[in-house]
Ligand binder design. Structure first.
Ligand code: SF4
Ligand code: SF4
Length: 304
């Protein structure tokens, strides 16, 4: 089984559109939406949820106001300004201390220092993850709770579950919509993957982002390809991006032209290759052909 991760340096480069089209072209692959901060693959592939599970990425403090004597120790030791003196009173004190669940970083120091044992430190409810069916095959995806931070744990969980689904169904490929950027979530998206495709644009930030992502994939020893989306918006910069890719030892696997059909396909909740045949859709098929060729050279892999 192979894991292909589609990445970009930032959001809005067309990464998710490409993933949806790859899913359509691959046939029976498992989809994993690891862009959990801004998950939107579900808008195109319309998953039918068959299993839903809670996700807890850590613990969080909560003052049990009935036990609090308002000594203020928790406020004193909290480095994250998450403790406030505005909790409800009890039989002993008029006001108690309270932990703001959004500001709490879950370090547990306050619970350790509270001599009254008035702080509960329990697993937090950080989000939910799903196993679904789509018209292209199974999909694992997730939703972070409001104001929850993505540490990469949920991304790792989505990837691990997608692999389990692939093994159970005897499917050869997991296509991962990776987190953008170069932080913990993207590292969780790519570590141990077989192939990374970087989707970039002909802009100065695209040029810069390619360098950062390529450094990261090189660090993890993962074969990396690049494709330039909307290349014709700035042919000169597109060539520069490809030149930079060559310097970085990253092969350019294709160019995708700017095409209004990409947006129209999304509005119609279709993958681009379902919606159109020519223009960008034809370019995406070329890119997929290059990517699947590379995947097949990595070892046993059935191109469907
Ligand atoms: S340390 Fe414990 S008893 Fe003291 S204010 Fe905080 S919660 Fe209340
Ligand atoms: S767990 Fe840590 S961050 Fe949260 S309130 Fe206690 S000391 Fe502050």
């Amino acid at each position: 089984m192979k894991e292909l991760v589609v990445l970009s340096g930032k959001g809005g480069t067309g990464k998710t559109s490409l993933v949806a089209s790859f899913a359509a072209l691959a046939g029976d692959a498992v989809l994993a939406d690891c862009d959990v901060d801004a998950a939107d693959l579900h808008l195109v592939v319309e998953p039918k949820i068959i299993r839903r599970s809670r996700f807890s990425g850590g613990s969080r403090a909560r003052v049990m106001s009935g036990h609090c004597i308002a000594c203020g120790k928790c406020d004193e030791v909290c480095r994250f300004d998450a403790v406030f003196y505005d909790g409800p009173g009890n039989g002993r004190v008029a006001k108690t201390f309270r932990v703001d669940p959004i500001a709490c970083e879950g370090c547990g120091v306050c619970a350790w220092f509270c001599a009254e044992g008035a702080i509960e430190f329990a697993p937090a409810d950080n989000g939910v993850w799903f196993v679904s069916e789509t018209r292209f095959g199974p999909m694992v995806h997730a939703k972070l709770g409001i104001a929850e931070e993505n540490s990469g744990k949920l991304v790792s969980l989505v990837r691990a579950e997608a692999k389990k689904v692939a093994e159970a169904r005897k499917l050869d490929l997991v296509i991962i919509d990776g987190s953008p950027g170069i932080g913990c979530p993207v590292i969780a998206s790519i570590a141990g993957a077989d192939l990374v495709l970087v989707v970039t644009e002909p802009t100065l930030s695209g040029l810069h982002d390619l360098g950062r992502v390529a450094e990261l994939t090189k660090h993890f020893g993962i074969q990396t390809l690049v494709c330039v989306n909307k290349w014709d918006l700035n042919a000169e910069l597109a060539a520069e991006v490809e030149g930079r890719a060559r310097q970085l030892g990253v092969e350019t696997v294709g160019r995708i032209c700017y095409d209004q059909a990409m947006t129209e396909a999304q509005i119609n909740r279709q993958a681009l290759v379902e919606y159109a045949n020519a223009g960008a859709a034809a370019d995406v098929k070329e890119v997929w052909s290059g990517v699947s060729d590379r995947l097949s050279k990595l070892g046993p892999f059935a191109i469907l």
